[in-house]
Design a protein around this ligand. Structure first.
Ligand SMILES: COc1ccc(Cn2ccc3ccc(-c4cc(N)[nH]n4)cc32)cc1
Length: 244
């Protein structure tokens, strides 16, 4: 997979050189290219923003600069374009899996009060463009949102997670763990400050362990994410103690 990121803060993406994503880049599984938007700003101040039409606070990012940058990065290609924004469609595990199936992603990182809306209009005529948010809170720009999305997508690519790890049992992923959050996890020592690991996990009985883990995930989902629990199959809930 190729990923292009355009931003006025390319240094924000240094974390993509480390850990899982960094190794995937070294192996060539992931080809991440970060571009400085100001390289396509031609005035002496390399300005990328201007005052908003209609008034209001802050500044808006200029369409000309973005148009030149995107045209230069994509050429005649047609990547799937993702534009982080507070008002975007929610980024979910399902969308991460969808994006992980794309050969080429282009992330447009806005700053200030966002990017002139005509940019999305322009490229929506030629590319699949998604405006995406990562939660109901307001960031100062799109860079952190892109880091979140690149990590969530990158870990789903073949060979990125080591054999010991697997995205198959992810929370929220389709299948048995769909709409369930992670249950508790434990490792050695078996007793730590007088606290023991649940016996079932030491039993070696894989069926019981799987059932216990789903029960714990369900309990935690009901406690921490009641809105997800409400979507679960009522039969699943009936099997477990509804009260926590
Ligand atoms: C119109 O209101 C605002 C519009 C933009 C901004 C700052 N900003 C500029 C670009 C940009 C990209 C993504 C996000 C973002 C995404 C999520 N989930 N929260 N915040 C924030 C962004 C502040 C306020």
């Amino acid at each position: 997979m190729r990923i292009d990121i355009i931003s006025i803060f390319p240094d924000y993406f240094a974390p993509l050189d480390v850990s899982l994503i960094g190794k995937a880049r070294e192996r060539g599984t992931l080809d991440v290219r970060v571009h400085q938007l100001r390289d396509w700003a031609h005035d002496v101040h390399k300005s990328v923003d201007d005052t908003p039409y209609g008034g209001g606070p802050g500044m808006v990012m200029k369409p000309e600069v973005w148009g030149e940058a995107i045209d230069s990065v994509i050429g005649d290609g047609a990547p799937r374009m993702v534009v982080p924004t507070p008002s975007g469609r929610p980024f979910t595990q399902e969308l991460a899996q969808e994006l992980a199936g794309e050969p080429w992603l282009l992330f447009a990182c806005g700053r200030y009060e966002g990017i002139d809306s005509r940019v999305v209009e322009e490229y929506s005529e030629r590319l699949r463009v998604d405006e995406v948010g990562i939660g109901d809170y307001v960031l100062a720009g799109g860079e952190v949102a892109v880091l979140v999305m690149v990590e969530a997508v990158g870990r789903l690519l073949p060979g990125v997670l080591g054999n010991a790890q697997s995205a198959v049992d992810d929370s929220f992923a389709p299948g048995a763990m769909r709409n369930l959050v992670e249950g508790p996890v434990y490792t050695k020592p078996p007793v730590w400050r007088g606290r023991e690991v649940p016996d079932v996990l030491l039993s070696g009985h894989h069926g019981k362990i799987a059932r216990w883990r789903r029960d714990q995930a369900l309990r935690r989902t009901v406690r921490n994410r009641p809105e997800l629990a409400a979507e679960l199959d009522p039969e699943m809930l009936d099997k477990h103690d509804r009260k926590l």
